[in-house]
Design a protein around this ligand. Structure first.
Ligand SMILES: Cc1cc2nc3c(=O)[nH]c(=O)nc-3n(C[C@H](O)[C@H](O)[C@H](O)COP(=O)(O)OP(=O)(O)OC[C@H]3O[C@@H](n4cnc5c(N)ncnc54)[C@H](O)[C@@H]3O)c2cc1C
Length: 245
């Protein structure tokens, strides 16, 4: 003998299913929001020309929108040098933008007619990892997330890190980014940096651009300035870290 009962569609049951559906929609929206990276901060009206850059979250009044005639995307230090040389020769003002440009300030804004954005979006490779020396050299567009992952591959770690994985190595040098610590070597990311390659405008004799290799041992003043460069000293191309096991 079997008993069957038809489903009840009384008002209480309808409310239950509606609530369940609503909760499902909300949790789906939350998941989509959490896993969606911010928009590209550089937007161009046509191809790579007539561009703007703005802080990707767009919510901080001290962050600004800068305009530029076009944007360049170097993928190597050599490409970066030729971009800086061509812009210097033409007397153009440059500013660095990054993968998410989390903290674009009003400093060194370019103008829309002549200015050039140099984006480190694709300047994002590991140059060298040395487990024995505990050093890691990366290009400046490498994000904090990549940096931590690349260090882990050779058993190394950055002791303190800022709160968001989308920051780039160049941006962290541009702002003196830090984690939190009450003791030890300090929490600024640049406390773990031993060498910075900076591409700057040069004279005609230098081919209009030069790569300066800065370190505590060879150029202490410039090295310390580059650690919080605010984006006004040149384009950081590579950074070497001395990490911990
Ligand atoms: C809401 C908010 C909260 C924050 N909280 C923290 C925090 O808790 N801890 C912390 O340490 N920091 C914090 N910051 C600051 C954060 O560290 C910076 O926003 C971050 O370093 C920017 O990284 P980015 O790669 O997005 O660089 P961008 O925002 O793109 O650039 C920052 C500056 O560096 C310059 N720059 C970037 N790359 C290069 C390069 N390759 N060569 C030369 N110049 C370059 C840019 O021109 C610009 O002037 C916060 C920022 C915001 C907006």
């Amino acid at each position: 003998m079997s008993f069957t009962s038809s489903p009840s569609y009384g008002p209480q049951n309808v409310t239950f299913w509606r609530t369940l559906l609503l909760l499902h929609c909300i949790s789906t929206l939350v998941l989509i929001t959490i896993s969606t990276p911010p928009e590209d901060p550089v937007k161009c009206a046509s191809g790579n020309t007539n561009c703007t850059v703005t802080n990707s979250y767009g919510t901080f009044p001290d962050r600004s929108t800068c305009r530029a005639a076009n944007v360049a995307y170097p993928t190597t230090e050599a490409e970066l040098v030729s971009i800086v040389a061509a812009a210097t020769k033409a007397g153009r003002k440059m500013r660095v933008t990054t993968r998410y440009s989390h903290s674009i300030t009003k400093l060194a804004c370019t103008d829309g007619n002549e200015g050039l954005f140099i984006s480190t979006k694709f300047l994002n490779h590991t140059v060298q990892a040395d487990a024995e020396a505990m050093t890691l050299t990366v290009e400046s567009g490498v994000t904090l997330r990549q940096l931590i992952a690349e260090a882990a591959k050779v058993g190394l770690a950055l002791p303190y890190a800022p709160y968001w994985w989308g920051l780039t190595v160049g941006g962290m040098m541009g702002t003196g980014a830090h984690g939190s610590s009450l003791w030890g070597n300090g929490s600024a990311v640049h406390d773990y940096v031993t060498e910075i390659n900076m591409v700057s405008p040069g004279s005609a004799n230098e081919g209009f651009a030069k790569v300066r290799v800065l370190s505590e041992a060879t150029t202490p003043n410039e090295f310390n300035a580059a650690k919080v460069s605010l984006g006004v000293l040149g384009v950081i191309s590579q950074v070497t870290f001395k990490l911990q096991p």
